[in-house]
Design a protein around this ligand. Sequence first.
Ligand SMILES: Nc1nc2c(ncn2[C@@H]2O[C@H](COP(=O)(O)OP(=O)(O)OP(=O)(O)O)[C@@H](O)[C@H]2O)c(=O)[nH]1
Ligand SMILES: [Mg+2]
Ligand SMILES: [Zn+2]
Length: 290
Amino acid sequence: MERGIVCAGYGGFYQVALEGGPMLRCTARGKLKRRFGAIYAGDRVEVQRLADGGVVENILPRQNLLHRPKVANVRRAILVQALRDPVCDLFLLEKMIVVALQQGIEPFVCFNKGDLDPALGDKLCGLYRQAGFAAAAVSAVDGWGVDAAAMLAEDGITILAGPSGVGKSSLLNRLCPQIQAQVGDISVKLQRGKHTTRYVTLYPLPKGRGMLADTPGFSLLDLPAGLTQAQIQAAYPEFAAWPGCRFQGCRHDREPGCRVRQAALDGDIDEQRYQRYVAILRQAQEREEK
Ligand SMILES: Nc1nc2c(ncn2[C@@H]2O[C@H](COP(=O)(O)OP(=O)(O)OP(=O)(O)O)[C@@H](O)[C@H]2O)c(=O)[nH]1
Ligand SMILES: [Mg+2]
Ligand SMILES: [Zn+2]
């Protein structure tokens, strides 16, 4: 048996990158699906080679599994928003940060289409850096700010994730010019992307730097079940750094005397980030009560 990583799956076939190079087109044993539910891009698998292609015989234990986009064993997620066209959705971005951290994935916050509004790019990038995240404002069309060394994980799987039309495939082509993923348009009427990328696809990076995944865009994200207050607060590290509420397990919602809430009202903590935090906290609570 040989080991490999699933790079894409469609129509009952899986493209598997075998260790040491070649791609193999595989089918899968039926019992695997019964045991694991499904095989996802990013899955590490054991493969039996046949004269023509191969058969996935086993899935190795997963480090993590994202549901949106569907991909396993992710080390880093470049969370992409466009500064505009489509409109920048910081609520979705912060939900994605929550989910990434909960799954043990390093988030990298990326504002694309920097050419359309460089000042806003600098401002948002500064906001997230100050909060404690790796962040960049970039332009995939002219390459401004695109720094593969900073954006890609040292090894393992890096994914590009975010709404349709923000420029994930364009960025992939910039980060790794030997790949030429298909780029779509923005609908003039709806001001949204057109869901050009249909499947998660992993591309091996040169120089053994792991793999980079292009993924389909999405604009809605359900919070996972069982999300804890601490897991939500992990996406707001500036709250924990603020003196006062740190050791009390405070929700920072409507607790009397909450210093974080006060700091947000005083403008010492970004008030809109605080409001999005409260919205996520309540959404998670509603989900648990259902
Ligand atoms: N002005 C500007 N346009 C960009 C930039 N990056 C991408 N675009 C344009 O945005 C549109 C969508 O780009 P894609 O790369 O297909 O977006 P995507 O995120 O892959 O979209 P889906 O595959 O549908 O999820 C294309 O018309 C790109 O040319 C940028 O940095 N600046
Ligand atoms: Mg795309
Ligand atoms: Zn508090």
